[in-house]
Design a binder for this molecule. Structure first.
Ligand SMILES: [Zn+2]
Length: 330
């Protein structure tokens, strides 16, 4: 990925590029901050920037990586010999994986200026593996940059943390996310704000899931909630059928969206109109709000939470969808 395609984290990226351009790259970095906000993406995009034949690294200008030269393509395909990425297997990083890394580091770089090593979810290092890694950090190989990535810095050995230059990553600002949603998905400002509220500072959720599907789903849900009543049985059954066929992740998202309808209806009753998530459908939220008491609204949210848990626990999807639709209609 190019640096320009990263959403947010401008300060951190600038700091890395400045260090690189002034020949002050540290041997080891620790990228830490909440889950799924783009720490590893920044690490990879930075390596691509350094390796690229057409970025500032080779031509002296401040440009981004080109994404089409041979090194860029190798990084994108995950087969650049100077780019090593370690991720946990079955939730652990074993000592063998660190030993293997040490062997590869010994041989030095092949074709790039540096050898990059990214260790993802560093908190999952086993104790022996952490101790082995500590040795590598204490006696760094030449022209090697190791980037440790973690969302749980407190779980790392203090000796590892102290050997790294720390870079803190923060959740993305709503304005960053909203702007990007408008740019990528051509959403209106109101809808972009609604969707950004779901993302809670993480753009990765968009990159990992088919987000246009979720936008579409919400539009569909808004329509269905308007029609939802026991008088419209045919509509309800056909929607249930569609939803039962969708994957778990999408179903969990659906329930998440429905929960915000009830949450907003409760907000309206408290007079907190400015804090609504679904600002683009205030009239529909008002209708829900006038139909149910505050207690009933919270009870609905509770039930939705339970249905959501059962979906995540792989309970019969059709059953979950049916209970959800009954709740929507009553
Ligand atoms: Zn390139």
């Amino acid at each position: 990925m190019k640096i320009d395609d990263i959403v947010g984290h401008n300060e951190q990226i600038e700091q890395m590029i400045n260090a690189y351009r002034s020949d002050r790259l540290a041997h080891a970095y620790l990228f830490y901050g909440p889950d799924e906000i783009g720490k590893k993406t920044v690490a990879k995009a930075f390596a691509q920037y350094v390796f690229c034949e057409n970025s500032s690294g080779s031509s002296g200008n401040a440009g981004d990586s080109c994404s089409f030269c041979a090194p860029c393509r190798k990084i994108q395909a995950g087969n650049h010999p100077d780019m090593l990425i370690i991720s946990p297997e079955k939730s652990v990083i074993k000592i063998d994986m660190i030993r293997d890394l040490q062997r590869k580091l010994q041989y030095g770089k092949y074709e790039a200026k540096f050898k990059f090593c990214i260790i993802d979810e560093t908190e999952k290092l086993r104790v022996e593996a952490a101790n082995a890694l500590l040795k590598t950090l204490e006696e760094p190989a030449r022209d090697t940059v190791i980037i440790l990535v973690t969302s749980k810095i407190n779980m790392l050995l203090p000796t590892i943390v102290s050997r790294c230059q720390k870079l803190r990553f923060n959740p993305l600002k709503d304005a960053d996310i909203t702007g990007e949603l408008i740019r990528r998905y051509a959403l209106g400002g109101d809808e972009a704000q609604v969707i950004s509220a779901f993302l809670q500072g993480s753009f990765a959720k968009i990159e990992y899931s088919d987000f246009s599907k979720i936008i579409q789903l919400r539009r569909e849900l808004v329509k269905r909630v308007k029609e939802a009543s026991l008088n419209n049985l045919a509509g309800i059954i056909s929607f249930s059928n569609e939803l039962s066929g969708s994957d778990k992740e999408l179903l969990v998202q659906t329930i998440e969206i429905i929960k915000t309808f009830y949450r907003d209806a409760a907000m309206l009753q408290t007079g907190l109109k400015d804090d609504l998530i679904n600002k683009d459908i205030v009239k529909d939220i008002m209708r829900i709000s006038s139909r149910l008491t505050k207690d009933e609204l919270f009870e609905k949210i509770n039930i939705m939470n339970q249905i959501q848990s059962s979906v995540m626990a792989n309970v019969n999807k059709r059953l979950a969808v049916e209970s959800m639709m009954i709740e929507l209609c009553t």
